[in-house]
Design a protein around this ligand. Structure first.
Ligand SMILES: Nc1nc2c(ncn2[C@@H]2O[C@H](COP(=O)(O)OP(=O)(O)OP(=O)(O)O)[C@@H](O)[C@H]2O)c(=O)[nH]1
Ligand SMILES: [Zn+2]
Length: 357
Protein backbone atom coordinates (compact mmCIF):
# COMPACT_ATOMS: atom_id res chain seq x y z
CA UNK A 1 0.00 0.00 0.00
CA UNK A 2 1.24 3.48 -0.81
CA UNK A 3 1.53 5.80 2.13
CA UNK A 4 -1.83 7.00 3.41
CA UNK A 5 -2.88 10.63 3.39
CA UNK A 6 -3.88 12.24 6.68
CA UNK A 7 -7.46 12.06 5.46
CA UNK A 8 -7.15 8.31 4.89
CA UNK A 9 -6.08 8.09 8.53
CA UNK A 10 -9.22 9.91 9.69
CA UNK A 11 -7.85 13.47 9.96
CA UNK A 12 -10.64 16.03 9.74
CA UNK A 13 -11.34 19.71 10.45
CA UNK A 14 -12.30 18.68 14.00
CA UNK A 15 -8.61 17.90 14.63
CA UNK A 16 -7.00 20.34 12.20
CA UNK A 17 -8.66 23.36 13.80
CA UNK A 18 -7.54 22.58 17.35
CA UNK A 19 -5.00 25.09 18.70
CA UNK A 20 -2.41 22.38 19.34
CA UNK A 21 -2.68 21.22 15.73
CA UNK A 22 -2.87 24.58 14.01
CA UNK A 23 -0.78 26.72 16.32
CA UNK A 24 2.11 27.08 13.88
CA UNK A 25 4.33 24.61 15.70
CA UNK A 26 6.38 22.12 13.73
CA UNK A 27 4.66 19.13 15.37
CA UNK A 28 3.55 16.34 13.07
CA UNK A 29 0.08 14.81 13.45
CA UNK A 30 0.06 11.05 13.86
CA UNK A 31 -2.64 8.52 14.66
CA UNK A 32 -1.97 6.01 17.43
CA UNK A 33 -2.09 2.45 16.08
CA UNK A 34 -0.94 0.60 19.19
CA UNK A 35 -0.05 1.41 22.77
CA UNK A 36 2.57 -0.41 24.78
CA UNK A 37 3.89 0.30 28.22
CA UNK A 38 7.08 2.02 27.05
CA UNK A 39 6.22 3.14 23.53
CA UNK A 40 3.39 3.65 21.10
CA UNK A 41 3.14 3.29 17.35
CA UNK A 42 1.94 6.25 15.33
CA UNK A 43 0.76 6.32 11.72
CA UNK A 44 1.38 9.31 9.49
CA UNK A 45 1.76 10.19 5.83
CA UNK A 46 5.37 9.06 6.20
CA UNK A 47 4.43 5.57 7.38
CA UNK A 48 4.58 4.17 10.88
CA UNK A 49 6.77 5.49 13.64
CA UNK A 50 7.78 4.39 17.10
CA UNK A 51 6.74 7.11 19.54
CA UNK A 52 8.07 8.05 22.96
CA UNK A 53 6.02 9.25 25.92
CA UNK A 54 7.16 12.53 27.43
CA UNK A 55 7.56 12.83 31.21
CA UNK A 56 4.14 13.04 32.78
CA UNK A 57 2.43 11.02 30.07
CA UNK A 58 2.10 7.26 30.27
CA UNK A 59 0.57 4.44 28.27
CA UNK A 60 -2.67 4.73 30.25
CA UNK A 61 -3.23 8.26 28.95
CA UNK A 62 -3.10 7.32 25.28
CA UNK A 63 -5.75 5.36 23.38
CA UNK A 64 -5.58 3.49 20.12
CA UNK A 65 -7.18 5.83 17.58
CA UNK A 66 -5.89 8.98 19.29
CA UNK A 67 -4.48 11.86 17.24
CA UNK A 68 -1.24 13.17 18.71
CA UNK A 69 1.19 15.91 17.73
CA UNK A 70 4.71 14.53 17.58
CA UNK A 71 8.12 16.18 17.71
CA UNK A 72 9.55 15.35 14.25
CA UNK A 73 13.13 15.02 15.53
CA UNK A 74 12.78 13.20 18.82
CA UNK A 75 9.48 11.35 18.10
CA UNK A 76 8.26 12.39 21.53
CA UNK A 77 4.50 12.90 21.78
CA UNK A 78 3.82 16.58 22.48
CA UNK A 79 0.06 16.65 22.90
CA UNK A 80 -2.97 14.44 22.54
CA UNK A 81 -5.61 16.24 20.51
CA UNK A 82 -9.17 16.48 21.82
CA UNK A 83 -11.11 13.35 20.97
CA UNK A 84 -14.26 13.29 18.86
CA UNK A 85 -15.26 10.19 20.83
CA UNK A 86 -13.78 8.06 23.55
CA UNK A 87 -14.59 4.58 24.83
CA UNK A 88 -13.45 3.60 28.30
CA UNK A 89 -14.38 1.07 30.92
CA UNK A 90 -13.69 0.38 34.53
CA UNK A 91 -10.41 -1.54 34.41
CA UNK A 92 -10.66 -5.19 35.40
CA UNK A 93 -9.52 -5.83 38.98
CA UNK A 94 -10.47 -4.45 42.36
CA UNK A 95 -8.90 -1.02 41.95
CA UNK A 96 -11.39 1.59 40.80
CA UNK A 97 -9.61 2.84 37.71
CA UNK A 98 -10.73 3.87 34.27
CA UNK A 99 -9.14 2.24 31.25
CA UNK A 100 -9.16 3.90 27.84
CA UNK A 101 -10.27 1.49 25.14
CA UNK A 102 -10.27 3.49 21.92
CA UNK A 103 -10.64 7.03 20.63
CA UNK A 104 -12.07 8.86 17.64
CA UNK A 105 -14.42 6.11 16.51
CA UNK A 106 -17.45 6.68 14.29
CA UNK A 107 -19.15 3.29 14.49
CA UNK A 108 -19.14 0.51 17.06
CA UNK A 109 -19.89 -2.94 15.65
CA UNK A 110 -21.49 -4.76 18.56
CA UNK A 111 -20.92 -8.36 17.60
CA UNK A 112 -22.79 -11.37 18.92
CA UNK A 113 -23.85 -14.69 17.45
CA UNK A 114 -27.25 -16.18 16.71
CA UNK A 115 -26.79 -18.70 19.51
CA UNK A 116 -26.40 -18.81 23.32
CA UNK A 117 -23.99 -15.87 23.14
CA UNK A 118 -26.95 -13.58 22.41
CA UNK A 119 -27.55 -11.83 25.73
CA UNK A 120 -29.72 -8.69 26.01
CA UNK A 121 -27.95 -7.43 29.16
CA UNK A 122 -24.53 -7.63 27.51
CA UNK A 123 -25.74 -6.05 24.28
CA UNK A 124 -27.32 -3.22 26.28
CA UNK A 125 -23.97 -2.56 27.98
CA UNK A 126 -22.26 -2.10 24.65
CA UNK A 127 -25.07 0.09 23.34
CA UNK A 128 -24.86 2.31 26.43
CA UNK A 129 -21.10 2.59 25.97
CA UNK A 130 -21.55 3.64 22.33
CA UNK A 131 -24.47 6.04 22.89
CA UNK A 132 -22.73 7.73 25.79
CA UNK A 133 -19.66 8.34 23.62
CA UNK A 134 -21.72 9.62 20.70
CA UNK A 135 -20.64 6.62 18.60
CA UNK A 136 -23.17 5.00 16.30
CA UNK A 137 -24.00 1.41 17.36
CA UNK A 138 -24.46 -1.24 14.66
CA UNK A 139 -25.50 -4.71 15.83
CA UNK A 140 -23.83 -7.55 13.93
CA UNK A 141 -25.41 -10.94 14.48
CA UNK A 142 -23.07 -13.63 13.20
CA UNK A 143 -23.38 -17.38 12.60
CA UNK A 144 -26.67 -16.88 10.79
CA UNK A 145 -25.72 -19.94 8.71
CA UNK A 146 -25.89 -22.10 11.81
CA UNK A 147 -29.12 -20.73 13.29
CA UNK A 148 -32.51 -22.25 12.62
CA UNK A 149 -34.54 -19.13 13.24
CA UNK A 150 -32.65 -15.90 12.60
CA UNK A 151 -35.91 -13.92 12.62
CA UNK A 152 -36.35 -14.49 16.35
CA UNK A 153 -32.91 -12.96 16.95
CA UNK A 154 -33.81 -9.99 14.81
CA UNK A 155 -37.00 -9.51 16.79
CA UNK A 156 -35.19 -9.78 20.14
CA UNK A 157 -32.60 -7.28 18.93
CA UNK A 158 -35.28 -4.82 17.90
CA UNK A 159 -36.86 -5.16 21.32
CA UNK A 160 -33.52 -4.35 22.99
CA UNK A 161 -33.17 -1.02 21.26
CA UNK A 162 -34.43 1.14 18.45
CA UNK A 163 -31.16 3.07 18.63
CA UNK A 164 -29.12 0.71 16.43
CA UNK A 165 -28.15 2.39 13.21
CA UNK A 166 -28.57 -1.05 11.65
CA UNK A 167 -28.97 -4.69 12.63
CA UNK A 168 -27.09 -7.07 10.34
CA UNK A 169 -27.62 -10.83 10.34
CA UNK A 170 -24.72 -12.50 8.58
CA UNK A 171 -22.45 -15.45 8.09
CA UNK A 172 -19.16 -13.75 8.92
CA UNK A 173 -17.26 -16.34 6.90
CA UNK A 174 -19.01 -15.38 3.66
CA UNK A 175 -17.15 -12.41 2.12
CA UNK A 176 -20.25 -11.26 0.22
CA UNK A 177 -22.05 -10.91 3.54
CA UNK A 178 -19.22 -9.40 5.58
CA UNK A 179 -18.84 -6.83 2.80
CA UNK A 180 -22.03 -5.22 4.10
CA UNK A 181 -19.95 -3.78 6.97
CA UNK A 182 -17.95 -1.72 4.48
CA UNK A 183 -20.84 0.71 4.30
CA UNK A 184 -19.51 2.14 7.61
CA UNK A 185 -15.82 2.00 6.64
CA UNK A 186 -15.64 4.69 3.98
CA UNK A 187 -12.43 6.72 3.60
CA UNK A 188 -11.63 8.64 6.77
CA UNK A 189 -14.10 6.66 8.91
CA UNK A 190 -13.09 4.57 11.92
CA UNK A 191 -14.94 1.53 13.21
CA UNK A 192 -14.33 -0.74 16.19
CA UNK A 193 -15.52 -4.20 17.17
CA UNK A 194 -16.67 -5.39 20.57
CA UNK A 195 -18.17 -8.69 21.59
CA UNK A 196 -17.40 -11.92 23.36
CA UNK A 197 -14.63 -14.21 22.34
CA UNK A 198 -15.49 -16.52 19.48
CA UNK A 199 -18.34 -14.53 17.93
CA UNK A 200 -16.44 -13.76 14.73
CA UNK A 201 -14.74 -10.39 15.33
CA UNK A 202 -11.37 -11.53 13.95
CA UNK A 203 -13.09 -13.18 11.00
CA UNK A 204 -14.82 -9.88 10.17
CA UNK A 205 -11.73 -7.76 10.77
CA UNK A 206 -9.69 -10.04 8.52
CA UNK A 207 -12.34 -9.74 5.84
CA UNK A 208 -12.31 -5.94 6.07
CA UNK A 209 -8.54 -5.53 6.25
CA UNK A 210 -7.64 -8.36 3.90
CA UNK A 211 -5.13 -9.63 6.39
CA UNK A 212 -4.72 -12.93 8.09
CA UNK A 213 -4.83 -12.49 11.82
CA UNK A 214 -5.12 -15.78 13.59
CA UNK A 215 -8.64 -16.96 14.34
CA UNK A 216 -8.79 -19.78 16.80
CA UNK A 217 -11.50 -22.36 16.42
CA UNK A 218 -13.51 -22.47 19.59
CA UNK A 219 -14.52 -25.80 20.99
CA UNK A 220 -18.24 -26.27 21.42
CA UNK A 221 -17.75 -27.04 25.13
CA UNK A 222 -15.54 -24.02 25.67
CA UNK A 223 -18.17 -21.31 25.84
CA UNK A 224 -15.66 -18.59 26.55
CA UNK A 225 -13.61 -19.52 23.51
CA UNK A 226 -9.92 -18.92 23.44
CA UNK A 227 -8.16 -15.62 23.20
CA UNK A 228 -5.76 -15.39 20.34
CA UNK A 229 -5.08 -11.67 20.40
CA UNK A 230 -4.61 -9.48 23.43
CA UNK A 231 -3.69 -5.92 22.48
CA UNK A 232 -5.88 -3.27 20.91
CA UNK A 233 -4.72 -2.10 17.49
CA UNK A 234 -5.66 0.03 14.50
CA UNK A 235 -5.71 -1.35 10.94
CA UNK A 236 -6.51 -0.16 7.43
CA UNK A 237 -9.63 -1.51 5.79
CA UNK A 238 -9.10 -2.35 2.13
CA UNK A 239 -11.09 0.22 0.18
CA UNK A 240 -10.81 2.89 2.86
CA UNK A 241 -11.46 3.45 6.53
CA UNK A 242 -9.78 2.19 9.66
CA UNK A 243 -10.63 -0.68 11.97
CA UNK A 244 -9.87 -0.93 15.67
CA UNK A 245 -9.60 -4.42 17.10
CA UNK A 246 -10.37 -4.66 20.84
CA UNK A 247 -9.75 -8.26 21.82
CA UNK A 248 -9.80 -9.76 25.26
CA UNK A 249 -12.68 -7.67 26.65
CA UNK A 250 -14.13 -10.25 28.96
CA UNK A 251 -15.53 -7.66 31.33
CA UNK A 252 -17.12 -4.39 30.47
CA UNK A 253 -17.50 -2.46 33.71
CA UNK A 254 -19.27 0.78 32.90
CA UNK A 255 -18.65 4.14 34.52
CA UNK A 256 -19.83 7.70 33.89
CA UNK A 257 -22.37 6.60 31.30
CA UNK A 258 -25.57 7.94 32.87
CA UNK A 259 -26.27 9.85 29.66
CA UNK A 260 -26.00 6.68 27.57
CA UNK A 261 -28.32 4.81 29.94
CA UNK A 262 -30.88 7.60 29.71
CA UNK A 263 -30.79 7.48 25.92
CA UNK A 264 -31.03 3.69 25.59
CA UNK A 265 -33.84 3.51 28.15
CA UNK A 266 -35.46 6.80 27.21
CA UNK A 267 -38.96 5.36 27.58
CA UNK A 268 -38.31 4.32 31.20
CA UNK A 269 -36.46 7.56 31.94
CA UNK A 270 -39.50 9.49 30.71
CA UNK A 271 -41.92 7.38 32.75
CA UNK A 272 -39.80 7.78 35.87
CA UNK A 273 -40.36 11.53 35.77
CA UNK A 274 -44.05 10.83 36.39
CA UNK A 275 -43.48 8.87 39.62
CA UNK A 276 -45.04 10.40 42.72
CA UNK A 277 -41.72 10.65 44.57
CA UNK A 278 -38.75 12.31 42.96
CA UNK A 279 -36.35 9.78 44.47
CA UNK A 280 -38.58 6.81 43.59
CA UNK A 281 -36.56 3.59 43.40
CA UNK A 282 -39.34 1.94 41.38
CA UNK A 283 -39.39 -1.11 43.62
CA UNK A 284 -42.52 -0.83 45.77
CA UNK A 285 -43.31 2.89 46.06
CA UNK A 286 -46.90 4.07 45.79
CA UNK A 287 -47.58 6.20 42.73
CA UNK A 288 -44.69 4.68 40.80
CA UNK A 289 -45.32 5.18 37.08
CA UNK A 290 -42.73 2.53 36.13
CA UNK A 291 -44.37 -0.18 38.25
CA UNK A 292 -47.77 0.88 36.94
CA UNK A 293 -46.57 0.41 33.36
CA UNK A 294 -45.20 -3.05 34.19
CA UNK A 295 -48.54 -3.96 35.74
CA UNK A 296 -50.41 -2.64 32.73
CA UNK A 297 -48.22 -4.82 30.50
CA UNK A 298 -46.76 -1.91 28.53
CA UNK A 299 -43.25 -2.25 29.99
CA UNK A 300 -41.11 -5.40 30.21
CA UNK A 301 -40.19 -6.12 33.82
CA UNK A 302 -36.93 -7.86 32.95
CA UNK A 303 -35.83 -4.82 30.97
CA UNK A 304 -36.65 -2.51 33.89
CA UNK A 305 -34.58 -4.78 36.13
CA UNK A 306 -31.61 -4.53 33.76
CA UNK A 307 -32.03 -0.74 33.66
CA UNK A 308 -32.02 -0.60 37.47
CA UNK A 309 -28.89 -2.75 37.69
CA UNK A 310 -27.02 -0.75 35.06
CA UNK A 311 -27.86 2.52 36.80
CA UNK A 312 -26.76 1.15 40.17
CA UNK A 313 -23.48 -0.11 38.71
CA UNK A 314 -22.83 3.16 36.90
CA UNK A 315 -23.50 5.21 40.02
CA UNK A 316 -21.28 3.05 42.19
CA UNK A 317 -18.39 2.96 39.70
CA UNK A 318 -18.63 6.66 38.87
CA UNK A 319 -18.57 7.53 42.56
CA UNK A 320 -15.63 5.31 43.52
CA UNK A 321 -13.69 6.33 40.43
CA UNK A 322 -14.41 9.97 41.16
CA UNK A 323 -12.88 9.44 44.60
CA UNK A 324 -9.83 7.73 43.07
CA UNK A 325 -9.40 10.63 40.63
CA UNK A 326 -9.72 13.23 43.39
CA UNK A 327 -7.19 11.33 45.47
CA UNK A 328 -4.77 11.08 42.54
CA UNK A 329 -5.11 14.83 41.95
CA UNK A 330 -4.43 15.49 45.63
CA UNK A 331 -1.29 13.29 45.55
CA UNK A 332 -0.07 15.09 42.41
CA UNK A 333 -0.71 18.45 44.09
CA UNK A 334 1.22 17.43 47.19
CA UNK A 335 4.03 16.00 45.04
CA UNK A 336 4.27 19.26 43.07
CA UNK A 337 4.28 21.27 46.29
CA UNK A 338 7.15 19.14 47.61
CA UNK A 339 9.06 19.52 44.32
CA UNK A 340 8.51 23.26 44.34
CA UNK A 341 9.72 23.48 47.94
CA UNK A 342 12.82 21.44 47.09
CA UNK A 343 13.41 23.65 44.05
CA UNK A 344 13.31 26.72 46.25
CA UNK A 345 15.62 25.00 48.70
CA UNK A 346 18.15 24.54 45.87
CA UNK A 347 17.75 28.15 44.93
CA UNK A 348 15.41 27.59 41.98
CA UNK A 349 12.26 29.59 42.60
CA UNK A 350 9.13 27.59 41.83
CA UNK A 351 11.11 24.48 40.91
CA UNK A 352 12.07 23.59 37.37
CA UNK A 353 9.67 24.07 34.56
CA UNK A 354 11.25 23.08 31.27
CA UNK A 355 8.24 23.56 29.08
CA UNK A 356 8.03 27.21 30.00
CA UNK A 357 4.24 26.90 30.38
N1 LIG B 1 -20.30 -20.86 10.65
C1 LIG B 1 -19.83 -19.69 11.06
N2 LIG B 1 -18.67 -19.65 11.75
C2 LIG B 1 -18.21 -18.45 12.17
C3 LIG B 1 -18.91 -17.24 11.90
N3 LIG B 1 -18.21 -16.22 12.46
C4 LIG B 1 -17.12 -16.77 13.04
N4 LIG B 1 -17.10 -18.12 12.85
C5 LIG B 1 -16.10 -19.07 13.36
O1 LIG B 1 -16.08 -18.95 14.77
C6 LIG B 1 -14.74 -19.10 15.26
C7 LIG B 1 -14.34 -17.87 16.09
O2 LIG B 1 -14.30 -16.73 15.24
P1 LIG B 1 -13.29 -15.52 15.51
O3 LIG B 1 -13.40 -14.60 14.34
O4 LIG B 1 -11.96 -16.02 15.88
O5 LIG B 1 -13.98 -14.89 16.79
P2 LIG B 1 -13.47 -13.65 17.67
O6 LIG B 1 -14.70 -12.92 18.06
O7 LIG B 1 -12.45 -12.89 16.94
O8 LIG B 1 -12.84 -14.36 18.92
P3 LIG B 1 -11.60 -13.84 19.84
O9 LIG B 1 -10.44 -13.65 18.94
O10 LIG B 1 -11.44 -15.00 20.78
O11 LIG B 1 -12.08 -12.60 20.52
C8 LIG B 1 -13.86 -19.31 14.02
O12 LIG B 1 -13.70 -20.68 13.84
C9 LIG B 1 -14.70 -18.72 12.91
O13 LIG B 1 -14.41 -19.31 11.67
C10 LIG B 1 -20.14 -17.32 11.17
O14 LIG B 1 -20.83 -16.32 10.91
N5 LIG B 1 -20.54 -18.57 10.78
ZN1 LIG C 1 -41.08 4.95 40.33
Amino acid sequence: MTNPTLKDLGWSPFFATQPDASGGTDGVPMRIASVQRNKATGLSEQGDQRLIYPPGLSAGDVAVGDWVMVDPDTHVIRTILDRSSKLSRRAAGIEAKSQLLAANIDTLFITTSCNEDFNPARIERYVVLALDAGVSPVLVLTKADKAEDTQSYLQQAQEISNKFEAILIINAKDPDQSDRLRHWCGPGRTVAFVGSSGVGKSTLINALTGSEQSTADIREDDAKGRHTTTARSLHFATGGGMVIDMPGMRELGLHDVAGGIDVLFDDITELATQCKFRDCAHISEPGCAVLAAIKAGTLDEARVERWRKLRAEDQLNSETMGQTRRRAREITRQHKAVQAAQGRFKGKPGGKNKSGK
